[in-house]
Every structure is written in C-alpha cells, then in structure tokens.
Design a protein around this ligand. Structure first.
Ligand code: WTA
Length: 635
C-alpha cells in the first residue's frame, strides 16, 4: 500500500489514521518518494496557531517547476501537458507537450528576467484563459517571482487595488479576451488601472483578439517577439521551502480584499497528493477543470496539482453557453475527457436548458465528476449524476477555500460511498472539528456547528500579504488554537460532513438558527424555480425575518405569482418547518454574483433591509445591472 495513492476504502481509513497519529512521518514519506528536492528539509513541521506561524519542510530547497515540468521530460516529453480548447469551436485546439511547455516557460522566464524581474518581485497576471496564462504563472515560479493572478473580468479599479496592495513591478495582459460572442478590451482596462499604480515598470502584452491597443513607450511590450528571441533554457531559481509562491486575493468581510500568501514546498506536496486521490488520475487520462486560473481552483487543480503528477490538463477559453448550451459536453466528447470538475452554479444553469444539449453527446469517457465552490443542492446533484455521469461516475463534492490551498473534505472516488450534498470525509492529514456557540468542541454524531481545523496541513496560507494581524484575527481568533473556516457544517451519524454555507449567512429567526443553504435547497426543488437566495431582514417580533429572491424557470414564468409564493412556502414548511417560511418573496430576473458565481448576499441583505444608499462596490459583480432591477421591484 502506498500513502500517496488510495484505492480502497480500507486503505483510506488506514492512511487517514496514520496521517493523524504520525503526521510528520506521513507527509515526509510522501515528500521523499514523489518529488525532486535540491536539498532535503531539516524539520517536517513547525507550528504555532497562536502566532500563527506554520512551516512545512523547513530548510528544504527546490523549484516547483522542476517538479511540474523538468522531471517529466524523460518519460513524458511528448505527452500533452496542456490541452488548450479555444473559445471558438472552429479554431483548432492546441496540444502543448511537456517538452514544449518547458521551452515556453523557460523563454518567458528569460523575458521576465530581462525586464528586471528578480526573485521575490511581484508580477500581476491579468490574462484570459489562454496558454500564456499558465505559462506565465510557471515562468514566475521558475525564477522565484511571486505571481498574483487577477481574474481578467475584474474592473480596472479592482485590478489597481490588487497591484497597489502587493506592490507589483509588472503586469502581463492581452490585447483582448473572448467571452462567447463578446470581446473584452483587456489592455484598455489595464491602462486605466495603471494610472494609479506607480510601482509598475513594465507591461507585457499577449496578442489574442487583434483589438487595437495603445502601447506606452518604454513600458509596454508585445510578448511574442520577446519570447521568440529569448533563450529556450532557464536554470531554475533554487527556492526555500517557505519562500512565497503566489498571492491570491479573496474577498473578506470588509471591502479590502485579502492577499492570501501561499508558499512553495507544502503547497506543492498537498496539491499533488489531493489531485491524485480526489480525481483518481491515471497516466493517460485527460482531465478538465472548468475553473479560471484567476481563482484558487485553477491554480491548484489546473496548473500545479495536475502538472506535478505529469497529467494532461485542459484549459478552456470560452463559456458553457457558447455557441450553445451543449459546449461543455461537446468538449467532453471531442477530447474524451475522463475527469470533469466544475461548479454547482454551472450545473444549475445547464440543467435549466433542454436535455438534448447533453444527450446528443457521447459522455462515456467520463470516470469522475467533481464540484466545488458552494454547496450543491440535491436537484443539481441528481441532474449531474443522472445525465452527465449516467449514474456511472462518482461525484466528488470537494470542500475547500482559497486559504486552504487544496481540497480538505471530499470523497475519494471508488473508495468513499458518496451521499448527495455531502462533501463526506476529510482528506488524510485534515483534522476537522465542529464547535458550538460557546466555543466548545462538539463530540459525537450527528452534530451541527462551526467548522474548524485543529491541525496544520501543508498547503494552508501562511499569512495575508502585508497584514499578519488580519490573518490572525480572521482565522485564528474565534476559537483558540484552531483555524476557523467561516463555514457551518453538519456531521451525520457516520461522520460525513455536509457544508451548510458561510456562518455569516446564518439567520436567526425567533431565536432559531436557520441556514440559507437548506432553505434554498427546499425552494429550488420546486419545479418552477431555477435558483434562489435567502437573506434576513429586521423584523419587529421575530428579530429577523426571511426575504427570498427567486429566479423562475422558463416554464414557471407564466404561473400566477401569489399561488407560486404559497406553494414555495408550503414546500419550505414541509422540508424544514414553518419557522423557515419566507415573509417576502420577490421574483427576480437574476441574482448579483461574483465572478466565481457566488451570490453576493451582502447586497441582497442591504436591499431587503432598505439600506440601498450603502451597497458598497458593485463593479466587480458579474452582472451589476441586475442590482438596479432588483431595487426597482423591491417589496
Ligand atoms: C464554499 C473555493 C460547500 C465555502 C475553492 C468556502 C463550498 C468557500 C464548497 C471558499 C463545497 C467551497 N461545498 N461549500 N464543496 N467548496 N465552498 O475561497 O463557503 O473561492 O468557505 O474557494 O466556498 O471559496 P473560495
């Protein structure tokens, strides 16, 4: 039996027990056996959650790109590393082999050095899902520069805030980006943002859409000619285990984004280990994660985790609805995808459409399906299982966070029996616990509480860039000696975890704790409902009451609204109890969402509470226009 690859349920339990009893031996064995080190560590783990300070493999020296690229060259040089599927289905897909990836990453690394980028410098990457995005991430890692990818759908203000916060010296961008039928002028967004960013010395521009751009002299350079003339080999910078690898911003409870800082060795070991097990990747499989590399899912499970395992990883430039709602399934058929990893929001959007979009494609290559980012409701889970997996593919509901770097709770396919809406069991090395309101650990099952982690794992973020105090306050102060996730969870009789949503989404109605996620689940099961969001608003007697924003399916549009409202409340009463009934129901055309598809309940809460003067920055939303519509029709 190997610690690294779990193949049966008994193995999972054995490996898990070992990882808890002897964590240092467990991770050391994995690190020794499966990675290339320039120097081994002096200690496996040093930690103190009160400071908080966490060090994994301290004293070790390595370069993560040697592990993700160079070491594969001998046996997998001609294997496809990155399979690029363009926005336009008529444009040819690109198969970039490990050897070609090595060449490209080295060239770009040399270009960065030539423009003055050195170890420790910050480089902001604001690119669409084109191969240069993955290549530039790896080029930074090659020379020890710290990358900070900003999702190329954020506004110029959001981009500038991040550049200023990390003091970046360089931005990588493109002339434009394709999103279905639309073209976004990325370079002009960058130009606008850079008016407030004195730290930027140079801008490298990828040509993608042919959109006309203005090039500022001595600052802006087209990337392609520089790459062409660059030397195609670049000696990797030897990094310390705890040297920063990247900064990735995530939103917090305040307006200022938090720059989560991840370091090198632990992140590499953990993302590689979880990729292998959660997706049960085998040598010739084709793996596709539909996330954008602008989010943590793309960092860990498009770039680093898959490449560290010598996998073939797909990068898709487009959107699920272009040229029609069958695009995902067309790609699965075309490239014979074996593992498919997406978000519940995408599943719900596609499940709303005609089933023909799915059934006309051959999906028989699929072995494992994954979801991430939010709780998946039962209806979406069953649709995914029945129509995409054809009841033949385990669904891995993977729970984790930007802060955790890698998947912490998930089934191991073919080992852990799945259960709809349950992320199930912790990965080896992860020690979750549930806490009650008094700060006491809840022992025994079933249980319902706040999810904390008791022991460090290798890919936990080490700090918030430039603000260690905020890191401590946000994650290590609520419960002494524990990492607090901000999520609530249930644990069933056998110890399976179900994430019920952010604790900040819990609403206390007449003294009862109500999670928004289960209520939304209940509503979404109504046949006329496509999606919903629940928030609390102040109520004289109950303290808080519930306000529901509901999107109808096309089939529900013609129904009488007051009958529908009654039916929905009956459904909630049946599924949860009369206490969870909604006081107000507003049928809306859409919900305000972040670019990663999360509903911005903060905005809905303010509208429901009649605090419209104070909505905060809505510019980073996917669909800011929907906010005005919701306000206009407010009840
Ligand atoms: C939520 C995404 C339920 C959760 C990798 C977490 C989930 C937040 C799941 C982190 C899941 C993520 N089930 N909820 N499988 N996965 N979440 O930082 O609330 O974008 O705290 O990382 O998403 O979001 P983030």
């Amino acid at each position: 039996m190997s610690n690294y690859h779990i193949k049966r349920l008994e193995e999972y339990f054995q490996v898990y027990r070992k990882s808890v009893r002897y964590p240092e031996i467990f991770w050391e064995e994995i690190a020794e056996e499966h990675f290339v080190w320039r120097k081994k560590w002096d200690s496996v783990l040093e930690w103190d959650f009160t400071k908080p300070e966490i060090k994994w493999f301290d004293g070790a020296k390595l370069n993560i790109t040697e592990n993700c690229i160079d070491r594969h060259l001998q046996i997998r040089g001609d294997k496809t590393a990155i399979l690029f599927e363009p926005n336009d289905p008529n444009e040819e897909a690109q198969h970039i082999t490990y050897r070609e990836l090595h060449d490209q990453v080295c060239r770009m690394a040399n270009v960065l050095k030539d423009k003055g980028i050195q170890k420790g410098d910050r480089v902001v990457i604001y690119l669409p899902m084109v191969p240069e995005l993955a290549i530039s991430v790896l080029a930074c890692a090659r020379i020890g520069a710290i990358h900070s990818v900003v999702f190329a759908g954020f506004s110029s203000t959001a981009l500038a805030t991040r550049i200023v916060d990390c003091g970046a010296k360089m931005v990588l961008t493109s002339d434009g980006s394709y999103r279905g039928k639309k073209i976004l002028d990325l370079k002009s967004i960058v130009d606008e943002g850079l008016q407030e960013c004195p730290s930027i010395e140079s801008v490298l521009v990828v040509k993608r859409t042919g959109t006309p751009v203005e090039m500022v002299e001595n600052r802006d350079y087209w990337l392609a000619p520089l790459m062409e003339s660059a030397y195609s080999d670049c000696v990797p910078e030897i990094m310390e285990a705890e040297d920063p690898l990247f900064i990735l911003y995530t939103s917090g409870s305040t307006g200022k984004p938090k720059g989560m800082m991840h370091t090198t060795a632990g992140y590499m070991v953990y993302t590689a280990f979880t990729f292998k097990n959660v997706f049960q990747y085998r040598e010739d499989d084709i793996y596709w994660c539909t996330a954008d590399i602008g989010w943590i899912t793309g960092h860990s499970y498009i770039v680093y985790g898959p490449l560290a395992n010598g996998a073939t990883t797909v990068m898709f430039e487009g959107v699920p609805s272009y040229p029609d709602y069958g695009r995902f399934w067309e790609i699965v058929q075309k490239h014979k995808i074996n593992q498919f990893y997406t978000a519940p929001t995408a599943i719900r959007a596609l499940a709303k459409e005609n089933l023909d979009f799915v059934t006309k494609y051959d999906l028989s290559s699929l072995k494992v399906l994954g979801t991430v980012g939010e709780p998946i409701n039962e209806e979406a889970w069953h649709w995914y299982n029945d129509h995409v997996g054809e009841k033949n593919c385990p669904i891995v509901d993977t729970w984790w966070q930007t802060e955790t770097g890698g998947i912490l709770i998930s089934p191991v396919p073919f080992s852990t029996p799945t259960k709809p809406t349950y992320a199930t069991l912790p990965m080896p090395g992860i020690q979750p616990t549930l806490m009650d309101e008094t700060g006491t650990e809840i022992k025994g099952n079933p249980a319902d509480g706040r999810l904390c982690i008791k022991f460090p794992w290798p890919s936990i973020a080490r700090t918030i860039w430039g603000n260690h105090q905020r890191y401590k306050d946000t994650y290590f102060s609520a419960y002494e000696g524990k990492y607090f996730t901000g999520d609530g969870a249930l644990r069933d009789e056998v110890g399976y975890y179900r994430i019920t949503g952010r604790v900040d989404d819990v609403i206390i109605v007449s003294g009862h704790n109500l999670g928004t996620a289960p209520i939304e689940d209940a509503i979404n099961e109504h046949p006329a409902v496509a999606e919903s969001a629940i928030v609390g608003f102040p109520h004289d007697i109950k303290g808080n009451a519930l306000y529901g924003y509901i999107i109808l399916k096309e089939t529900g549009e013609s129904r009488d609204r007051s009958n529908l409202s009654k039916e929905i409340n009956e459904q909630i009463a049946n599924k949860i109890g009369p206490i969870a009934k909604l006081d107000k129901i507003q049928f809306v055309p859409g919900l305000p969402k972040t670019r990663s598809g999360k509903i911005m309940r903060r905005i809905l809460r303010k509208i429901a509470s009649n605090e419209m003067g104070n909505l905060g920055d809505t510019s980073t939303l996917l669909n800011p226009e929907v906010v005005d519509q919701i306000i206009e029709e407010r009840l």
